[in-house]
Design a protein around this ligand. Structure first.
Ligand SMILES: Nc1ncnc2c1ncn2[C@@H]1O[C@H](COP(=O)(O)OP(=O)(O)OP(=O)(O)O)[C@@H](O)[C@H]1O
Ligand SMILES: [Mg+2]
Length: 182
């Protein structure tokens, strides 16, 4: 029987185009994430999509092959399989148990400090590479065990960039949400 997966999220991508190679174009709904019974699948509507620093259409960036081999190095077993077609890509991920840190309530100062500590310690293990996207939605919490998902930004960043980004993702973004929505 065919399994119809659940669409979790649909987002845009930036890609270069042949007509104007300097200017990246935005493709809305170019990136989707589906939940299957056994795994998550990310689909990308372009064979040339770049990961890491180049994912917003900036110069450089990693090809899907480079990206997958780097993720395999830092998080073995997370990527189950991937495939590149003439106009699209999919990547399958192991289901990481737990709830995203964004869904943990209440977000006590102790909890946020623990998340911050986890991100800094994680970077120390991967430096000079860094996960690069430490928003609470990307941190799966299972009791005392924290794991990062969504490794699309993985790349080499300067130490300053990393500390700034972690600070912003963990403290500032979270504070903004509280002020604006609650
Ligand atoms: N391997 C996984 N295990 C458990 N949950 C997952 C996994 N992959 C994705 N999810 C769930 O789906 C959500 C979206 O996935 P993901 O963060 O990879 O999407 P995204 O398209 O990169 O979004 P964004 O760029 O906004 O972070 C996650 O926040 C998480 O709740
Ligand atoms: Mg994410």
């Amino acid at each position: 029987m065919i399994e119809y997966p659940e669409l979790v999220k649909s987002k845009y991508i930036y890609v270069y185009n042949k007509i104007n190679p300097k200017k990246p174009i935005r493709i809305n709904h170019g990136r989707k994430i589906y939940r299957y019974k056994t795994h998550y699948r990310k689909t990308i509507d372009h064979q040339d999509y770049k990961f890491g620093k180049g994912m917003y259409g900036k110069e450089g960036g990693m090809s899907v092959d480079e990206h997958v081999s780097m993720v395999n190095k830092f998080f073995p077993g997370y990527i189950l399989d991937y495939k590149v077609y003439s106009n699209s890509i999919w990547i399958d991920y192991k289901i990481i148990k737990g709830v995203p840190a964004s869904e943990v309530f209440p977000k006590t100062p102790e909890f946020i400090k623990k998340v911050y500590r986890f991100c800094i310690d994680h970077y120390k293990k991967t430096a000079p590479y860094a996960h690069g996207d430490w928003i609470l939605e990307n941190i799966m919490v299972n009791g005392d065990d924290f794991k990062l998902i969504d490794w699309d930004h993985l790349d080499i960043y300067s130490e300053q960039e990393v500390f700034q980004r972690i600070y912003n993702d963990v403290f500032i973004e979270n504070m903004k949400k509280r002020i604006i929505y609650k």
